[in-house]
Design a protein. Structure first.
Length: 81
């Protein structure tokens, strides 16, 4: 039985298709029975899809500053009430 620590250590290689056939089979068997490792795998896979999406766009210059100012003003407003 492969331990979770081993699965997590080899997860990137598995997702890239760079594991041995034996390790791939062990990982797949483990993922079928371990909800925690399966959640890590699923989350990692989704993150790779999101970050690799060509539709991702750059935020405009100054957006972060404007967002922080807005949040600060909202927090200040809520504290005065």
């Amino acid at each position: 039985m492969v331990r979770c620590k081993t699965i997590i250590a080899h997860l990137s290689e598995y997702m890239d298709g760079d594991t041995s056939v034996e390790m791939r089979q062990k990982i797949e068997r483990h993922l079928r029975g371990c909800q925690r490792c399966n959640a890590v795998y699923d989350s990692t896979r989704k993150m790779l899809v999101i970050t690799g999406d060509e539709l991702v766009f750059e935020v405009p210059d100054g957006f972060g500053d404007r967002l922080h100012s807005f949040v600060d003003s909202m927090l200040a407003s809520s504290e005065s009430h």
